[in-house]
Design a protein around this ligand. Structure first.
Ligand SMILES: [Zn+2]
Ligand SMILES: [Zn+2]
Length: 424
């Protein structure tokens, strides 16, 4: 009997970690959940694992892998860009923990140990991970290196979507559907209860707002996640021919170097290269002052305004009615970004007093996850016997489950933390 056990990312978004018994035991992702009040980790794993498989670099999928290698000696599989991006994020996690006066859960030496067991697999190259089971990655269209994982054992196939995007975005063409039909699917359900607005429309609105802001003498600040979103926004803004200086600051720069290195995996690699050449890369405090001398556009981490260079910029512009903060992604509860989005307030000054902002602000939905109908379209093509729902909030999952049942008539189950679902 095959089975799936939830170790994290069950009825929640974050710390994705699943144990799949498919003749052999596989760990699918091993991430952390970054909460403003602390980090949550997946359940401990004491099983004899054949291999760990990481779908993509985002910390909610890869963030705890170096900890896993404190005690494990199995191989891990991921794409080359996933490994390189995760490396940046793992090192940064240690730095953040030290900065916040907490003991990091793993050390540089353990990151090195993680490398020792890593086996890099390109897209669409089928490899045998045991005598019985083969593994194949397909481009998931979510961020650089993101993959859908297909495991095949005899006649049976299992697909883990990780985070994916079916529709095309600025940097990615949409996920590779060439694997055809599969028997079992474990699917992310982040936006299982809603549709995204038309993406091109959102991109146009963002660019118009950015141009208007600079034209009236303000600064357009765009807090953006380091991996994927920062590069995507640079690409959007430069293609729209914004007539103002555009600056790129924060960890998004280091990540941008990797996007350039693996430009062959990007939809329009020439466009991204020229976009990243057009923008001004902030290299230090001097450049930051320069960016604030005359109205400009600043794309910077962190995306939820909790730490990163964005704080300095926001302190400068939050009292200026001509300036505007353009939120570009999901804002988790209890983050400054969520506070701005819902109450129009932000921490101000060294004392961090919560005050009403005078600048303008707006949220733009540039999600790299599929909306409800997008997922239904993908599921129709995969046409599985059974679906397992993960990576979604408790309120979202039953609504997605109902849509699947109404429209596809396929049985789906919601995986819970610590519980095991058996399947044929
Ligand atoms: Zn992701
Ligand atoms: Zn995720």
């Amino acid at each position: 009997m095959n089975s799936l056990t939830g170790l994290g990312g069950c009825r929640e978004v974050g710390r994705s970690a699943f144990l799949l018994d498919f003749g052999e035991k596989f760990l699918l992702d091993f991430g952390v959940k970054l909460n403003p009040l602390g980090i949550e980790y997946p359940l401990d794993i004491r099983e004899n694992i054949k291999a760990a498989i990481i779908s993509h670099a985002h910390l909610d999928h890869s963030g705890f892998l170096p900890y896993f290698y404190k005690h494990s000696e199995c191989l891990s599989f991921m794409t080359q860009p996933t490994l390189e991006l995760a490396d940046i994020l793992w090192a940064d996690s240690i730095k953040i923990a030290e900065f916040e006066g907490m003991a990091p859960k793993y050390t540089k030496a353990e990151i090195e140990r993680t490398h020792k067991y890593n086996f890099v697999v390109p897209y669409k190259k089928k490899i045998n991970v045991s005598d019985e089971v083969s593994l194949e990655f397909f481009d998931a269209g979510h961020i650089l290196g993101s993959s859908l994982t297909k495991l095949t054992s005899g006649e049976k196939s299992f697909l883990y979507t990780g985070d994916f995007k079916l529709d095309e975005m600025q940097l990615h063409s949409g996920c590779d559907m060439s694997m055809g039909k599969v028997d079992y699917i474990m699917i992310e359900s982040t936006y299982g209860d809603r549709e995204h607005p038309n993406r091109k429309e959102v991109e146009r609105k963002l660019c118009e707002s950015v141009q208007d802001t600079v034209d009236r003498g303000g600064w357009a600040i765009i807090p953006a996640f380091a991996v994927g979103r920062s590069q995507e926004i640079v690409d959007i803004l430069t293609k729209y021919n914004i007539t103002a200086d555009i600056y790129l600051d924060g960890m998004g720069k280091k990540v941008a170097d990797l996007y350039l290195k693996h430009a062959n995996l990007i939809k329009d690699s020439k466009g991204l290269k020229s976009g990243l050449r057009q923008v001004k890369w902030i290299r230090g405090p001097g450049d930051r002052k320069k960016a604030l001398r005359k109205p400009s556009v600043i794309v910077t981490t962190s995306g939820m305004m909790k730490g990163g260079p964005v704080i300095g910029y926001v302190q400068k512009v939050m009292k200026d009615p001509n300036s505007k903060i353009h939120l570009s992604g999901y804002q988790a509860e209890a983050t400054p970004g969520r506070m701005l989005q819902e109450e129009g307030k932000l921490p101000y000054g060294i004392e961090e007093a919560i005050v009403k902002v005078n600048c303008q602000y707006e949220k733009y939905d540039l999600s790299a996850h599929p909306g409800q109908s997008e997922m239904i379209r993908a599921l129709k093509k995969w046409s599985p016997k059974k679906i397992f729902l993960v990576h979604g909030d408790d309120k979202v999952l039953p609504l997605f489950q109902k849509r699947i049942s109404d429209e596809l008539g396929i049985k789906s189950e919601i995986l819970s933390l610590g519980s095991k679902i058996e399947f044929e």
